[in-house]
Write a protein that binds this ligand. Structure first.
Ligand code: BES
Ligand code: MN
Ligand code: ZN
Length: 497
């Protein structure tokens, strides 16, 4: 679905030619109040806008959308009041602006042209929220329904130069587009998106962005000794792939390895999953989707970094040629793993990818994976678990908070390492108990990170996929988390090393 076209405007909202004007409302002790940026529109209504909104029952709470007719007071036919929630005294936060902008964009489906004042509070957040809120995936519907809002004029903030505003609009648009790209991959059903087609689509996309890409097919994987990926992929009629994408930025300061789990469907394999909600396992390639989208973003924003993505793709199926509990796989580089549960497949394909990625001698290793159900038990469905080296993990957690995507640092308790001992191989792929499942997975992965490479692993089992209804700027289905967090982390590394 095409994204709305956003452009900066210096025309004030009360004078803009548009079908709708978006203003913010906040919840305060006296009831609904107007957010900054709505002053001119309020003046056009004789200063009565808050009173009118209160009368029709507006409260200013998060995700609330109240529509009022323009009544000829402004050129636009409609005022859309988007709730920002409770204000903390310093004005609305970026995440409040992002969510309100997202909710407003969703409410404007079928509208041609809107103008938003939320951008005067936080331009970057308003742009991201608008583009993400307007996202819909209608590829497989005969009746596409109303189109997303076609055009949104964003009122420039008073502070700052026009040049800065243009740069902000460009960066925020590119970031939101990357999130939308990740969502598209995640939402594409597994009969159309399987390792070979995922690899081809990813390659086409990154080539368009000017990047170089290499795809290892099953033959190349056998030759290379990628035993994790081959083992996991063996039950499927659709053989695995390993995609390697390289970006060489101008004056690159650091070398980054990105890895993302690309299980295009996870049945659990011979250790098969229950039927309930198994369809959601089509999102088990969300880590890979994020990494591919981030490579396109890197090319667009020209980070002064060298980035190499290593993306293992496989379908985890039961079948006559499937790998089985009891098998021993030899991971790329030679370590052996006893498979005790074929549903702990993500760590096996990531092990291959980690070893390969570390051969390039990266300064940092960043991994994204829908790795464990235990992540959701620990942190719920919207907060990613962050594991790895203390410093990089905590740095990533700070960005997860700032971007509003969410994420929390988790430990890797040493006693769990012993539980991964195998009776015959170097290690087992599961502990044999359910305690600290997310942490045990992290400890397993750590075995495949080269000595001295700072590393962070995002377990996004919950946050990758929204099985419920839309909220804020989050659509149903693939969310694109943690594209924005990693974009922020990359920008931070580019600036600060
Ligand atoms: N892809 C799943 C994890 C997952 C579960 C993601 C639910 C999103 C929603 C992963 O491959 C898996 O099956 N993990 C197992 C590991 C266990 C066998 C140690 C799990 O979490 O149950
Ligand atoms: Mn699994
Ligand atoms: Zn999985």
């Amino acid at each position: 679905m095409t994204a709305p076209k956003l452009s900066l405007t210096t025309t004030t909202a009360d004078e803009a030619t548009a079908d709708a004007v978006i203003i913010g409302t906040v919840q305060d002790s006296a009831g609904v109040a107007l957010a900054p940026g709505s002053e001119r529109v309020d003046a056009a209504f004789g200063g009565d806008l808050a009173e009118i909104l209160r009368t029709v029952g507006a409260t200013g709470k998060q995700d609330e959308i109240v529509k009022l007719p323009g009544m000829g007071r402004i050129p636009a036919g409609l005022v859309v009041a988007a709730g920002l929630g409770r204000s903390n005294g310093d004005g609305p936060t970026a995440e409040q602006v992002r969510r309100a902008s997202g909710a407003a964009a969703r409410a404007l489906t079928g509208t041609r042209r809107a103008v938003t004042t939320l951008s005067t509070v936080d331009l970057h957040a308003a742009v991201e929220g608008t583009l993400l809120g307007a996202y819909r995936f209608t590829e497989y519907r005969s009746d596409k329904g109303d189109a997303p809002v076609e055009r949104v004029d964003v009122v420039a903030p008073e502070a700052g130069a026009a040049k800065e505003h243009r740069a902000t609009l460009k960066a925020a648009t590119a970031i939101a587009e990357a999130v939308r790209t990740a969502r598209d991959f995640i939402n594409t059903p597994p009969n159309d998106l399987y390792p070979a087609t995922f690899a081809d689509r990813a390659a086409a996309l990154v080539k368009d962005a000017g990047l170089s890409v290499e795809i290892l097919d099953e033959k190349a994987l056998r030759k290379g000794g990628y035993g994790g990926l081959l083992g996991v992929g063996s039950g499927s009629a659709r053989p695995p792939r390993l995609v390697r994408i390289s970006y060489q930025g101008p004056k690159a300061r650091k070398k980054i390895a990105l890895v993302g789990k690309g299980i295009t469907f996870d049945t659990g394999g011979i250790s098969i999953k229950p039927a309930a909600s198994m369809d959601e396992m089509s999102s088990d390639m969300s880590g890979a989707a994020a990494v591919v989208a981030l490579m396109v973003l890197a090319a667009k924003l020209k980070y002064p970094l060298e980035i190499v993505a290593t993306v293992p793709m496989a379908e985890n199926m039961p079948g006559g040629s499937a790998y089985r509990p009891g098998d021993v796989l030899t991971i790329y580089g030679g370590k052996t793993v006893e498979v005790l549960n074929t549903d702990a497949e993500g760590r096996l394909i990531l092990a291959d990818a980690f070893v390969r990625a570390c051969e390039d001698g990266p300064d940092y290793l960043i991994n994204v994976a829908t790795l464990t159900g235990a992540q959701m038990v620990a942190l719920g469905r919207r907060t990613a678990g962050l594991l790895g080296s203390d410093d990089l993990r905590d740095r990533a957690a700070a960005h997860a908070k700032a971007t509003g995507e969410g994420g929390w640092p988790m430990p890797m308790p040493e006693e769990l390492r012993g539980d991964l001992e195998s009776k015959l191989a170097d290690l087992a792929n599961v502990t044999g108990h359910r305690w600290g499942g997310m942490l045990a997975a992290g400890i397993f992965l750590r075995e495949f990170v080269a000595e001295g490479v700072p590393w962070v692993h995002f377990d996004i089992a919950g946050p990758a996929f929204n099985a419920g209804g839309p909220w804020g700027y989050t659509a149903k289905g693939g969310t694109g988390v943690p594209v924005r967090t990693i974009a922020a982390l990359l920008a931070d590394i580019a600036d600060n090393g």
